[in-house]
Structures are given as structure tokens and as C-alpha cells.
Design a binder for this molecule. Structure first.
Ligand SMILES: [Zn+2]
Length: 148
């Protein structure tokens, strides 16, 4: 192990070089284990599929609402993009439908999504489904051990 230089600029350069070296070692290790190293280098778990991906954050920024409809039971609800981003992360608007399930019939494949940009007056009369709370369920498993 080489020690870091004491002075500022040199020290910064050393740190960058050393980080790159460490990344390389981890990537090599993972490749040898047959695990793709890509996830190590990705800063976020979700990566847009293309450059012009329309993310929930963009939809929120322009004041859109997401209209999500179940084609099977014709239930339509309006969501605020930032609420959905809190649940799913800042994913592409197109990917939201795949992550949702109809509360009424339980179907996943039947969800259709579109964006709406209502006027303020219109929005004031709309029923919008807002995120109430996120709670975590604690689950435990047990196992029997001879002699404890
Ligand atoms: Zn349904």
C-alpha cells in the first residue's frame, strides 16, 4: 500500500488514480466469479434506456399528472409524478404502468398510462390520488436448530 502524498493537488490526483485502481480490482474479482461488474459502476439502480427518456421528475417539473387506467375494469386514476417517484424512484414515465397493479382486479398487464396537463381550474375539480404513507412490513423467518 502506497501512502497518499501530503500536498493538496498531488493528493487529489493520487486519490482519483487510486479509486480507479480499486474499481478495476473489484471489477476483475466480479468477472472471475462470473458476475457482471456493471452494477458496481452504476451510481443509481435505475438507468434510462435512451437519452430522451422522459422521467417522472421531468413530468413533475412541467406540472403534468399521470393518468393511469385499467383497461379491464375501466378504472381511471390521476397521480402526481413526484408521488410515484417516491415509490418507484425517478424512472421513465413509460415504465410506470408495468410497475403498477390494478387495485380492483389485481391485473398488472392491463394498466395504461398517459400524461395530462390540466389547467389550474380543471385540476382543482379533479380527484387526484395522492401518496398517503409508505410503511414497511417487518417479516421474520424461523429455523429449527438441534441443540439451539
Ligand atoms: Zn382492473
Amino acid at each position: 500500500m502506497v501512502t497518499a502524498p501530503a500536498s493538496g493537488k498531488q493528493r487529489k490526483r493520487w486519490r482519483v488514480a487510486n479509486r480507479r485502481a480499486t474499481d478495476g480490482v473489484i471489477a476483475d474479482l466480479l468477472r472471475r466469479q462470473g458476475i457482471c461488474s456493471c452494477f458496481v459502476l452504476m451510481p443509481e439502480p435505475y438507468w434510462p434506456k435512451h437519452q430522451n427518456a422522459y422521467l417522472l421528475s421531468s413530468a413533475h417539473a412541467n406540472g403534468s399528472l399521470l393518468r393511469i387506467e385499467c383497461r379491464r375494469c375501466r378504472v381511471t386514476r390521476f397521480f402526481v409524478p413526484s408521488d410515484l417517484a417516491r415509490v418507484f424512484g425517478d424512472i421513465e414515465v413509460d415504465d410506470v404502468a408495468r410497475k403498477m397493479r390494478c387495485e380492483k382486479c389485481g391485473e398488472k398487464w392491463s394498466m395504461r398510462i398517459s400524461m395530462e396537463l390540466p389547467m389550474a381550474a380543471q385540476r382543482a375539480t379533479m380527484t387526484i390520488r395522492r401518496l398517503d404513507r409508505i410503511y414497511h412490513v417487518k417479516r421474520v423467518t424461523w429455523r429449527d436448530l438441534v441443540g439451539g
